[in-house]
Design a protein around this ligand. Structure first.
Ligand code: ADP
Length: 258
């Protein structure tokens, strides 16, 4: 709390009291702390791949590789880390644009059948590559109003996570249905699940349950922060149910009408 004080004077300039103004600056402080944390996190997230890229590039330059396979392995790491950097920068820009353009999201009528078909094709390919069983159940003939590209991003991020955090032979399913005033989108997986104490935090920027695993899958730690932002910009809600070692379900409710 910040306190500002001033004397209260009578007409004869004698002091007969004091005015104290209490400013509650906890909210301001909190926002400032969050901003500082964010900058520190971004710097750390950028530094890690760059350090690794520099290290491997220098080693390749300095060493005289007899074994070409080793050099090739190093170049592959450089490539992988550059791809991570690119994804990270993409997601950071996406978040910053969303914060600025929240009001400018387009509000078009989205016919679910057409809108979802590309996502299903991508999901089927991903599932095949990872030997995961994928199923979808889309109520036909339904529609809602929103920003089709951003809402596709939401689906892609959730499906990506479902596939990344599910082991071989697991299942991922997508369902979209019409329920009262909302369109309900649910993405379910039989993957590793999320510990109870972490469920509240997974929408925070850069929060990961298992940092090493997320790095391994190439995640940026921003996917769910972006999802939450877009859903809320559509006046929607997102809800998570998860059991450790059994799987997770992400459910989104988007109002059908503007
Ligand atoms: P990341 O790039 O790390 O996947 P996200 O913001 O998409 O970042 O997700 C944040 C964290 O939430 C992940 O690191 C992971 O720990 C957890 N998570 C997200 N989706 C799932 C899921 N379907 N199953 C298990 N854990 C998940």
């Amino acid at each position: 709390i910040e306190i500002v004080g001033a004397p209260v004077l009578t007409e004869k300039n004698e002091q007969n009291g004091v005015v104290l103004v209490f400013h509650d600056i906890t909210e301001l402080k909190r926002v400032e702390e969050m901003r500082k944390d964010f900058v520190a996190n971004v710097s750390h997230e950028l530094k890690t791949p760059i350090t690794s890229i520099r290290g491997f590039a220098e080693t390749i330059l300095e060493d005289d590789f007899e074994d070409k396979a080793v050099a090739q392995q190093f170049v592959n790491i450089i490539l992988k880390e550059s791809t991570r950097l690119q994804a990270l920068i993409h997601d950071l820009l996406e978040l910053s644009k969303l914060e600025k353009e929240e009001m400018k999201l387009s509000q078009k009528r989205i016919d679910v059948d057409d809108w979802i078909s590309g996502i299903i094709t991508i999901a089927e390919q991903q599932a095949e590559q990872k030997s995961i069983h994928f199923e979808s159940s889309i109520e036909s003939g339904i529609s809602f109003y929103g920003d089709p590209d951003h809402m596709q991003q939401v689906l892609l991020n959730l499906m990506n996570n479902a596939m990344s955090y599910t082991k071989e032979n697991g299942e991922v399913s997508l369902s979209i249905r019409d329920e009262a005033n909302d369109i309900v989108i649910s993405v379910r997986d039989t993957g590793i699940g999320i510990p109870e104490e972490a469920v509240q935090r997974i929408f925070e920027r850069f929060y990961r349950v298992d940092r090493a695993r997320s790095r391994h899958t190439g995640g940026t730690g921003l996917g769910l922060a972006i999802v939450k932002h877009i859903v809320e910009a559509h006046n929607g809600r997102i809800h998570v149910e998860s059991t450790l070692n059994e799987g997770s379900t992400f459910i989104i409710y988007i109002p059908k009408k503007l």
